[in-house]
Ligand binder design. Structure first.
Ligand code: ZN
Length: 249
């Protein structure tokens, strides 16, 4: 099965449409979404309508999704994230709210595990280092693991080829990764962020996972950043949330 893998959409419809159009062109048969569908951006309901309509989609929630439906405290958020979470709370349609309330921040499937941050602390722990990856081994039932939350396209591994224990690698556009043959090899991927990339590349980030060929490939896609910025300003969301999109941070 060819899966479209994506995360951290953050209410950015222009970026999501670029990603979903790419997945359609690639004729994916299913979707893996690692959470943070809303927060930061100007169009939460439009994003949720699109994600709810996807066929064969495995979707989890993130810390921002939990905050907007009051399942997590916004006091821990930075001021921009908090302002956007409170703004989103007041604008969610009943359908959007109901959908978010039904999501969990971790999903254990037959052939993979999804967790927003880490499997150990799904909503809020960041997985950026090899040590943070190794610390989570015991919490994974099925490999590969797919995560989001850091907004960085990353590949973690601890197989026979990784001679010095666990390793973490930044993934460039179009870089093809072949997973180890053994189904239980410890491998994790982050597809980067659709709606708010933070690796100084402002293109939307997503990935293709081929579970039969055992390959993973990140794709970076141009989208209309200025259109999203204009909507953020029209919504009176913090100016910083518009500016950061141009710089990919
Ligand atoms: Zn996020």
């Amino acid at each position: 099965m060819l899966y479209g893998v994506f995360s951290d959409v953050h209410s950015n419809v222009e970026a999501l449409d670029a990603v979903l159009g790419f997945f359609e062109d690639m004729e994916v048969g299913g979707y893996l979404c690692c959470g943070d569908l809303v927060g930061y951006g100007p169009q939460p309901n439009e994003v949720l309508d699109r994600i709810r309509s996807l066929k064969n989609a495995h979707v989890i929630c993130g810390n921002h999704d939990l905050a907007v439906v009051e399942r997590m405290d916004v006091d821990w958020f930075n001021p921009y994230a908090r302002a956007a979470a409170l703004w989103t709370r007041q604008r969610l349609s009943p359908e959007s709210r109901g959908y978010l309330e039904g999501l969990r921040a971790r999903l254990d499937a037959e052939e993979f595990t999804l967790a927003h941050g880490t499997p150990r602390r799904p909503p809020d722990e960041y997985m950026l280092s090899a040590a943070q990856f190794s610390d989570n081994f015991e919490s994974v039932k099925r490999w590969p693991l797919f995560v989001g939350h850091t907004h960085m396209p990353l590949w973690f591994r601890a197989d026979a080829a990784a001679k010095h224990g666990a390793e973490v690698t930044f993934l460039e556009h179009n870089q093809l990764v072949s997973l180890p043959k053994e189904g239980d090899s410890r491998v994790a991927f982050n597809p980067g962020s659709v709606g708010q990339p933070r690796d100084h590349d402002n293109r939307a980030s997503c990935a293709l996972y081929d579970s039969a060929a055992r390959t993973f490939r990140v794709a970076r896609l141009e989208y209309d950043v200025e259109a999203t910025q204009a909507k953020i300003r029209a919504a009176d969301l913090p100016e910083f949330l518009a500016l950061r999109l141009a710089f990919g941070q």
